[in-house]
Design a protein around this ligand. Structure first.
Ligand SMILES: C[S@@+](CC[C@H](N)C(=O)[O-])C[C@H]1O[C@@H](n2cnc3c(N)ncnc32)[C@H](O)[C@@H]1O
Length: 298
């Protein structure tokens, strides 16, 4: 096994079952929660290879206490938890200073309000910039790391604490190749792979600095990476999240890998969104009882 730094997140007496990640994260798998809850991961090593917000890891650990759950925090989401006290102090001060100007949620900011926000921000440091930007900017600007001051969307109530969210989960932070290689070989491992969807916009994830500089939406996760991921999984059981646009079926078929799927319409407002697909591969190989469990969620 290669070198991989593993940090165990301290356990907490009671673990709530969250409906979404506590700090906003675009692409979190909240819509798949009910499916994930049907799978029995107890006594398995579930490796959340593209962990993002940790929502999948959280859901597995909250519902399967005896599972060993490994969360690959490639984006450093956990580091944002440590900024929450400073972010809360800033939020409270912004609410206090903006109150006399009577801002309204989703309304455009006035020049006076923008000046108050800028002055307040300049007095604070060590806060969660992405979260703070989201209080005043539309989603695209936040994705690009831009400090636009367009809309008022500041939360009026304190940011809640969530010490139980990833309690007992093991956190790693590395490239997917290293993570898969490290756990490959454990007899009871199951990989959960939710990579950036290939052939789609990926500006929100990883390599943010590049995306920010180029102001562009070039993919950072390529078809080559995708094929490498599937080859590294080898004959271990794995769940792979994908979308109809990502051509995962074609890739799996070209690699002669059999699969089972669940498809789910991801509606965005009243518009038809896109179809998300959950693949389960290698059910007939090392997976022991897992195929029947997958059968239950089909
Ligand atoms: C679709 S998101 C995962 C969302 C996650 N399942 C959740 O529920 O929040 C894909 C994640 O893969 C990460 N990622 C991108 N390139 C990676 C790499 N080379 N190795 C590991 N993770 C990577 C992205 O930064 C992003 O967090």
């Amino acid at each position: 096994m290669g070198e991989l730094k593993i940090e165990v997140i301290p356990p907490y007496p009671i673990m709530r079952d969250y409906a979404h990640a506590p700090i906003r994260f675009i692409g979190q798998k909240r819509n798949w929660k009910s499916y994930l809850k049907k799978v029995d991961f107890n006594n398995r090593v579930a490796v959340d290879v593209f962990g993002g917000s940790g929502f999948i890891s959280h859901t597995i650990k909250a519902n399967n206490p005896s599972a060993r759950v490994v969360w690959n925090d490639f984006d450093g989401y956990y580091d944002r938890f440590k900024l929450l006290d400073a972010t809360e102090r800033l939020r409270a001060e912004l609410v206090r200073r903006l109150a006399p100007t009577k801002p309204k949620i989703k309304e455009k900011l006035t020049d006076e309000q923008k000046a108050i926000i800028d002055a307040t921000l300049s007095e604070f440091e060590g806060y969660d910039q992405e979260l703070v930007f989201s209080w005043f900017s539309h989603q695209l600007a936040v994705m690009r790391g831009e400090a636009s001051r367009k809309y008022y969307n500041l939360r009026e109530s304190p940011i809640p604490k969530f010490p139980d969210y990833l309690a007992g989960v093991e956190r790693v932070k590395d490239d997917f190749r290293e993570v898969i290689k490290h756990f490959n070989g454990l007899s009871n491992v199951v990989f959960i792979c939710d990579p950036p969807y290939i052939f789609t916009h990926q500006a929100t994830y990883g390599k943010k600095a590049d995306a920010k500089e180029s102001k562009d939406f070039h993919s950072s996760f390529s078809l080559g990476d995708y094929v490498e991921m599937i080859k590294l999984i080898g004959d271990n059981p794995a769940y792979i999240f994908s979308s109809e646009k990502s051509e995962t079926k074609v890739v799996l078929e070209l690699l002669n890998i059999s699969y089972q799927v669940i498809e789910k319409d991801n509606c965005i407002g009243s518009d038809r969104g896109y179809v998300e697909i959950l693949f389960f591969i290698n059910s007939a190989k090392k997976s022991r009882e897992i195929p029947s469990l997958f059968g239950e969620i089909l």
